[in-house]
Design a protein around this ligand. Structure first.
Ligand SMILES: *[C@@H]1O[C@H](CO)[C@@H](O)[C@H](O)[C@H]1NC(C)=O
Ligand SMILES: *[C@@H]1O[C@H](CO)[C@@H](O)[C@H](O)[C@H]1NC(C)=O
Ligand SMILES: *[C@@H]1O[C@H](CO)[C@@H](O)[C@H](O)[C@H]1NC(C)=O
Length: 227
């Protein structure tokens, strides 16, 4: 199945953390593919006897901003031309775009980022795109994480599809907090943890107005994020 895909893959691992993981159990079942990805991550971690991670919507919104910084450029996700948004953009751009209070940002303890031209469901994204080697498993099973946030989005016309997972060692109920405690809508795209019913890619492509919006966001981001 994977052979017909153009697959870009990149895995970052930064800033190992020293805090021990706490055990937080949280189960949310929605149609949102980002929530499903977090469910797949937590099922796999708990099967491996690691803690279930808190699904933090503020962190997940940052993951969506992280994807948008690539402006739909799958080629920039992996390979020799791989790009990565600078750390400073978390506080300067991603957090304000999400309405996340900059003072509540915590350390990122791992990231997964994948891009693929064909839409797959969350369990396949997990096993076929994001976790592809031992380094991926080491990040997945790290005891340093306490919380997680995931995002998925397509670009103009649907493809390519980006998946991003950010892990943190912050305190689940006080980090990546939204101003006023309310998640800011950041369509298009889906992010986890907000009890947001966000449809999968199949439905997105039926909403052409949304893609016009996506295109204008990408252009605006081009000025905001000269990568
Ligand atoms: C977890 O954090 C410790 C201490 O900072 C670091 O040595 C270790 O590499 C990290 N492990 C993973 C899998 O990130
Ligand atoms: C967890 O995910 C890894 C990577 O996809 C896979 O090899 C492993 O079989 C999974 N474990 C369980 C219990 O599903
Ligand atoms: C965070 O959780 C702890 C323990 O569950 C609780 O004591 C504390 O009041 C919570 N803080 C916030 C800001 O909700």
């Amino acid at each position: 199945m994977a052979k017909s895909f153009i697959l870009c893959y990149l895995l970052f691992f930064i800033l190992p953390a020293s805090m021990a993981a706490t055990s937080v159990t949280q189960i949310k079942v929605t149609d949102n593919p980002a929530d499903k990805l977090v469910a797949a991550i937590n099922e796999n971690r708990t099967a491996h006897k690691d803690s279930s991670l808190f699904d933090n919507p503020g962190l997940a919104c940052l993951a969506l901003q992280y994807i948008k910084a690539y402006q739909g450029d799958c080629g920039a996700v992996g390979g020799s031309d791989a790009k990565k948004p600078p750390e400073s953009q978390f506080a300067e751009e991603f957090a304000p775009n999400c309405g996340v209070k900059a003072s509540t940002l915590a350390r990122i303890t791992g990231r997964f980022l994948g891009c693929q031209t064909k839409y797959v469901h969350a369990p396949e994204a997990f096993s076929e795109i994001l976790i592809r080697n031992q380094k991926g498993l080491d990040i997945l099973y790290s005891k340093n994480h306490t919380e997680v946030g995931a995002a998925v989005t397509g670009t103009d016309g649907g493809s390519p599809y980006f998946w991003c997972v950010l892990f943190s060692n912050g305190k689940p109920n006080s980090t990546f907090a939204f101003e006023g405690g309310v998640a800011k809508p950041t369509k298009p795209g889906c992010y986890s943890g907000a009890n947001d019913v966000c449809s999968g890619a199949h439905d997105w492509s039926q909403v052409s107005v949304m893609w016009l919006f996506a295109a204008s966001v990408a252009i605006a981001m081009g000025f905001a994020f000269p990568l």
